[in-house]
Design a protein around this ligand. Structure first.
Ligand code: PHE
Length: 315
């Protein structure tokens, strides 16, 4: 019987033999019944055999169950070599992709990234930036006004005010985000993006500003012999104010950004003492930088959400 059990190859056969041995009319059941008329030695022999057989059944059952499970798993094996057309996977939008570079460079200079609300109050978008009501410079930006007197943020400079109010000086940050102006022509839409750097500390000068901007542009565009042109300009929140142009591919000058030393009034509005601290700010069109880098030419197309255009542009 012991050998027989070991040779059984299916659970069904094993079950049948088990029933034939231990069931109501089983052989072992019968022998156990007869035991009471036997002497001690014979009883002990039957008991031993009973225990041994039950154990052998159990072992064989476990072996057969295990084999059945392995066979099942073999059958379920995945064929990972299946031929399939690649999925239409998404990619990062040019704006997002350029941010990875821009933020990486500015953060390596020690600037910290900030965001702020796109619906701004008058204080953060204008007044604190030394542009009080009736200041003529308010007309520099065609503003969308909301009924409650708030505005659609016209410049990321509003984020600078928020960062200085919150953190005070010294501070080294850049604000990123969408900005809104009533502009609509062949290449401009009412929404575009800006990035703006700010560095306030005890001995910050215009030379630091130009140094950081130059190094930033070199790294972003991967140009070693970068040529810059600095022109005087006007912004209410910087004094002196400048405009920074860059020589593009050895040919024409491109206007890239506005910048300047932060006006003492702006620092005072943020509870920073201009006798103790000074610094610079620079701001540029984030979209424009991305378009230059990737060779794109229509700002509006960037935000149409037309996948065919993005794919064509290499995204
Ligand atoms: N906020 C200005 C603009 O939108 C740009 C700027 C930023 C100028 C910081 C000077 C300093 O035109």
């Amino acid at each position: 019987m012991q050998e027989q059990i070991k040779k059984i190859n299916t659970l069904e056969e094993l079950q049948a033999l088990y029933t034939a041995t231990f069931g109501k009319n089983g052989t072992m059941t019968a022998r156990l019944k007869e035991m009471k008329n036997m002497d001690n030695d014979a009883r002990a022999a039957i008991n031993r055999e009973n225990v041994e057989l039950r154990e052998l059944f159990k072992i064989r059952q476990a072996e057969l169950e295990n084999a059945a499970m392995m066979a099942g798993l073999q059958k379920q094996k995945l064929d990972v070599s299946l031929n399939k057309e690649p999925e239409n996977a998404g990619t990062l939008h040019p704006i997002t992709r350029s941010l990875v570079d821009i933020a990486g460079i500015l953060e390596s200079f020690g600037y910290e990234m900030w965001t702020g609300p796109e619906i701004e109050d008058d204080w953060h978008n204008f007044t604190a930036l030394n542009t009080p009501e009736y200041h003529p410079a308010r007309d520099m930006q065609d503003t969308f006004f909301l009924e409650n007197g708030n505005v659609m943020r016209t410049q990321t400079s509003a984020i600078q005010i928020r960062s200085m109010e919150k953190k005070g000086a010294p501070i080294k940050m850049f604000g990123i985000g969408a900005t809104y102006r009533k502009e609509m022509d062949a290449t401009h839409g009412p929404m575009f993006h800006q990035i703006e750097g700010l560095y306030i500390d005890k001995n910050v000068t215009m030379a630091d500003l130009i140094g950081d901007v130059k190094e930033f542009l070199k790294r972003f565009f991967n140009i070693n012999d970068l040529e810059l042109r600095i022109r005087p300009s006007y912004f209410p929140f910087t004094e002196p104010s400048i405009e920074i142009d860059m020589k593009w591919q050895g040919k024409k000058w491109l206007e890239l950004m506005g910048a300047g030393m932060v006006h003492p009034n702006v620092l005072r509005n943020c509870n920073i003492n201009p006798e103790e601290y000074q610094g610079f700010a620079f701001g540029f069109g984030w979209d424009r930088l991305a378009m230059l880098k990737y060779g794109l030419n229509d700002l509006r197309k960037m935000f149409d959400g037309d996948v065919r255009w993005l794919k064509n542009a290499g995204f």
